[in-house]
Design a protein around this ligand. Structure first.
Ligand SMILES: C[S@@+](CC[C@H](N)C(=O)[O-])C[C@H]1O[C@@H](n2cnc3c(N)ncnc32)[C@H](O)[C@@H]1O
Length: 314
């Protein structure tokens, strides 16, 4: 049997990558600077060594010290969004990725990860950060594959188009391309008890609906082709462009955090610490990632050098 691949999760947040990893991957380290995100991570993945760290300061030696075969990176995406004014590497929120790019050349060849993957917003594809990262990886002998992927292509009724880079020092498997799957019904992901008896904090006030309702995406739970727009970290704070709403018995409601977690592909056992506010739960989920899309990306990596070797998710 092939031993599990050792992974280092950089910018781990609440653990979207950990949720995707399954038994073929062992997390050697999970790093993030946010204490709140780490509390959720540890609550759900107590067996993984999650640590608070500022990735603007990490050294090449510390990174190599994890002895990981795979690095997964989900750096902050604001520097590459229109809202974040697309300041790219000049944005202070890109400093951590800029620092990682600066120390990567210091890692000796025999301590480099075999595989590396990165997830970000579609705008990353046209950034200087992407150009710098890909040229570094090519120089160090990695094969590269880039693509955009949205969970709707995998049959999940929720939009979250993202850029994915896979880099490997082994041949990348062809399975990174796949056939688009039919959308599953939104109903499969909903907590219908919330439709019959919605808690007041999920409901939209009637005056908000009268004033802004025309600009909202309001879904009928049993509509066959319903899909949500992307839930952002601003859901519950910004009314517009932060995610969709649902029609329910008493009006129109927000999606509950556990419904969004299901749409992202987190297991049903995924929980938040009880004291964490609704707003914080929405924010952390909005910053997280599609677990199903991560699995698809991981599927492109071979577990060892033979081209017919099994993938991580056979
Ligand atoms: C796009 S989110 C990644 C979320 C993660 N993939 C998940 O599943 O929740 C970016 C993460 O980077 C973290 N971050 C931002 N700057 C950082 C830094 N300098 N050092 C460490 N983590 C940082 C944030 O706390 C946030 O959790």
């Amino acid at each position: 049997m092939t031993p599990p691949l050792k992974a280092l999760e950089l910018f781990c947040g609440i653990g979207g990558f950990a949720a995707a990893a399954g038994t073929n991957i062992r997390i050697a380290g999970a790093l993030d600077q946010s204490a709140v995100a780490l509390a959720v991570y540890r609550w759900n993945f107590p067996e993984h060594p999650a640590r608070q760290a500022d990735l603007e300061k990490i050294t090449a030696d510390e990174l190599a010290g994890y002895g990981a075969d795979l690095w997964w990176l989900s750096p902050p995406c604001q520097p590459y969004t229109v809202r974040g004014r697309k300041r790219d590497l000049d944005d202070p929120r890109a400093r951590s990725l800029g620092h990682l790019l600066a120390v990567f050349p210091e890692i000796p060849p025999d301590r480099l990860p075999i595989h590396l993957a990165l997830e970000n917003v579609p705008g990353f594809a046209l950034s200087q950060a992407r150009d710098r990262l890909t040229s570094l990886l090519l120089k160090r002998g990695y094969q590269i594959r880039e693509r955009h992927l949205c969970p709707t292509e995998l049959g999940i009724p929720s939009r979250r188009p993202r850029y994915y880079l896979s880099a490997s020092r082994l041949p990348l498997r062809p399975s990174f391309s796949f056939e688009e799957r039919p959308l599953r019904p939104l109903l499969d992901f909903l907590d219908l008890s919330l439709n019959d008896d919605p808690p007041p904090e999920l409901l939209l006030a009637p005056e908000v609906l009268t004033r802004f309702g025309d600009g909202f995406r309001i879904l009928d739970p049993d509509e066959d082709t319903a899909y949500t727009t992307c839930f952002t970290g601003g859901y519950g704070k910004s009314l517009m462009h932060a995610g969709s709403y649902l029609r329910c018995r008493d009006g129109v409601r927000h999606f509950a955090p556990h419904e969004i977690a299901r749409l992202l592909g987190f297991p049903v056992s995924f929980r938040f610490p009880e004291k964490l506010s609704l707003r914080k739960r929405w924010k952390l989920l909005g910053n997280s990632l599609s677990v199903c899309a991560v699995r698809e990306v991981l599927n492109g990596f071979s577990v060892h050098a033979c081209p017919t070797a099994p993938s991580l998710f056979p």
